[in-house]
Design a protein around this ligand. Sequence first.
Ligand code: ZN
Length: 437
Amino acid sequence: MSVYIPLATKYRPQRFADVIGQDITIKIIMNGMIKNRLGAAMLFSGTRGIGKTTIARIVAKAFRCEHSTPEPCGKCESCLSFANGSQIDVIEIDAASNTSVDDVREIIESCKYKPTSGKFKIFIIDEVHMLSNSAFNALLKTLEEPPEHVKFLMATTETYKIPETILSRVLKFDLKRIDANVLAQHLSSICNQENITAGADVLMEIAKAADGSIRDSLSILDQVINVTDKNEITIGDVRNILGLSDESDIINLLKFILSADIKSSVKKFREILSGDISCEKIANTVLDYIYALTCIKSDIEIANNTVHDDIIEQLRDISKKVSLPALTRIWQMLLRGIEEIKMCDRPEIVLEMMLIRIAYASALPDLQDLIEEDCKNSETTNQKSLIDKNDKKQNEILSSEAVISTTKEEPVIMKEKTSESLLDEALKMFPNAILQS
Ligand SMILES: [Zn+2]
């Protein structure tokens, strides 16, 4: 049986041309190599899994390649030694586990000696922000006057933790998250090479979940391939792996909420939750849908890859039955709720309560409608009097029996509320609307 190699390792780029989504950085590096203007130290920063260490390794390979093109030839003795792991003049250090000044002194000591072959001895320092202050100070002296045969290639996810004195002596490259379309295209090419059939929607689902990280996208693809016994992966496989229950379930949840159907909302929410999906994911998906609905209502384009095309069609239908102020209100409530979910030990209860509140709020009329109605009924245009009337009107509505539909068979009647308690509730529901008035 052959040894299993994770896709992220198997398809790790070996040449600049294979790096995806970092075109500007690669162009600057290659031009810098041709013009010999790259200096002794470079820093690659950015979030996880976007190619920092990979690019540093290719740069190391290019510096040591026996041929003079910026792209490493892949054929010379030095390039081949990278492939078989026998390259001894490139030293990789994980600063996360080598943080002390002694660790850095060892590096500095080693800098005195020329490489065993080739022009450069190269140090790749991963997670360089983890070095201690004294370690940085020790390194600084070498960075100020580096021996000609030494190059430092550093990578970090947290640039702000690196002292300014170090930053001012390195060439900095801030790597970008990979665009979902670029990631999906990359996954498609890998699926072809692996003889795996996957639709564009499947690959986009993975790309979206990876949130700009190549490593994450390949790790998800690995898992999805492992769960299927065929040479084809489906959207269902991906959603199972991602803990994404069918998105149409969340659309149905949204429909129940917007129609103020509390009982069905809670029932659907519990059903979705039983499918091994996190509360945060559900809340964020609803948030995405509210955003998309707001865009549709405002006739503006939905930002790329927020919501699937097939979901957008369903949202268009829903948008006809919901107002813009209601969407803004729900958005604010959701944002607050997501913060509460993070802080609470029982996120499912927090989210359930939040959904009930949103569903309840959906039954309330929009403040704007009340004002317009008042305008029609009143001859005066005095703003103050309008607002007073509006407040009064809202109290009247809230004080009357607010019938909130649950199911057709069992309507719940909210009774015996004083106008004060209902006003309190209204203030919670419409904090901005009432305060701004
Ligand atoms: Zn070479």
